[in-house]
Design a protein around this ligand. Structure first.
Ligand SMILES: [Zn+2]
Length: 91
């Protein structure tokens, strides 16, 4: 599903537009089609003893992320008949 219709210029800011006061522009959401929650895996990074979530990649073939402390990159390919585990350990 792709909702990336080119937007009309409705978000243009003029000096009269202070009626529309958005409290917060919805975190750092860079992809236009991510209105729903993306699937993620829970990963325990043993390098730093921290737990983090990594999210599915844009192409949907893998989960990618990195250790929040040291930045060690991890990826889990999604294969057919693959594991249904949602939690992994990374050493
Ligand atoms: Zn780490």
């Amino acid at each position: 599903m792709n909702h990336s219709n080119s937007k009309p210029a409705a978000t243009e800011i003029t000096s009269e537009l202070d009626l529309v006061c958005e409290p917060e522009s919805r975190t750092t959401d860079r992809s236009p089609s991510s209105s729903t929650a993306r699937p993620f895996l829970g990963v325990h990074f043993h390098c730093c003893q921290v737990y983090a979530r990594i999210f599915i990649a844009a192409d949907g073939t893998a989960y990618r992320g990195s250790c929040p402390r040291c930045g060690k990159p991890v990826s889990f390919r999604i294969g057919e008949g693959g594991t249904s585990h949602r939690f992994f350990d990374v050493y």
